[in-house]
Design a protein around this ligand. Structure first.
Ligand SMILES: Nc1nc2c(ncn2[C@@H]2O[C@H](COP(=O)(O)OP(=O)(O)O)[C@@H](O)[C@H]2O)c(=O)[nH]1
Ligand SMILES: [Mg+2]
Length: 262
């Protein structure tokens, strides 16, 4: 039987890893990744981390031609770092772009399954909230935030996705090129939700792949109340606009119904 991968070769792949104060994590994650998916290149997106993550990444890059570092001037959030990484990778001609955290929560050993799913999809989302997906060692409040946030997204945006806020994903470059990336909201969770929503609205084939998300054991989360508030505000606004648009198109069709009924 022909393997799906043979029918749709995945192509040249780069894994984008945003970092802010991940000095101890970056070497560990890059080593795991290079072992799990040796063919993939790596681009570290560092926002001038005060703890020297950027310099450690430079050392990794000096020792391995498949590792590169994009140094950004200041901390501008995960989304802005990813957008810079997407622009670089698309320009370099990569076929597949992967998003992955630096802190070990996204296990490189699960990346092959995500990449394999791209054989028949444009976007493959690592998902904690589909059968087979899970989280390990997350405090109750983070679990509640993720489950509640995803439920909110599903209800407001009508998005048929279990985990729209996750950040372990693979995109075909051809799919990303069809999206207006500059318009994607660049903050926190919003970035991931906005990107997934745009992909779905553009009619791209989006699939979910179960992953086990393991809470970091080294360093601190950059999640903040500000990021949560911003996401809540934006998703509520997008949802309101989207639902209003649906109501408008229903109302516009109303006279025709009357005609049909009459
Ligand atoms: N470049 C960059 N990376 C960031 C920024 N904020 C978070 N990150 C990285 O994004 C990934 C996920 O962040 P993390 O704090 O672990 O979020 P959590 O898993 O939701 O608690 C990690 O690799 C962080 O180092 C930022 O402002 N700039
Ligand atoms: Mg994390």
């Amino acid at each position: 039987m022909t393997q799906p991968q043979a029918r749709h070769p995945i192509g040249k792949t780069v894994v984008l890893i945003p970092t802010y104060n991940e000095r101890e994590n970056i070497s560990l994650i890059v080593a795991r990744l290079r072992e799990a998916v040796p063919a993939a290149d790596v681009l570290v997106l560092d926002d001038s981390s005060p703890d020297g993550t950027g310099e450690v990444a430079d050392q990794l890059a000096a020792a391995d031609a498949q590792v590169r570092v994009l140094h950004r001037e200041r901390k501008e959030g995960l989304g802005a770092a990813y957008l810079a990484g997407f622009a670089w990778a698309l320009e370099q001609g990569y076929d597949v772009l992967v998003e992955m955290d630096a802190d070990g929560s996204h296990q490189p050993e699960q990346l092959p399954a995500i990449l394999a799913a791209l054989a028949d999809a444009d976007v493959a989302l690592g998902s904690r909230w589909v059968p087979g997906g899970s989280v390990v060692n997350w405090p109750l409040h983070r679990k509640a935030l993720s489950v509640g946030g995803n439920r909110y997204v599903r209800v407001l945006l009508g998005m048929p996705i279990g985990d729209a806020t996750g950040g372990f994903r693979a995109f075909r470059a051809s799919a990303l090129r069809t999206l207006d990336l500059q318009a994607v909201a660049s903050q926190g969770y919003c970035f991931q939700v906005d990107l997934a929503w745009r992909a779905i609205r553009a009619g791209l084939r989006v699939v979910e792949v179960p992953i086990t998300f393991v809470e970091r054991t080294i360093g601190d989360s950059k999640m903040s109340q500000d990021i949560v508030n911003e996401s809540l505000r934006k998703i509520t606004l997008w949802g309101a606009r989207y639902r209003l648009g649906q109501v408008r198109s229903l109302v516009r069709r109303e006279p025709r119904w009357h005609r049909i009924k009459g």
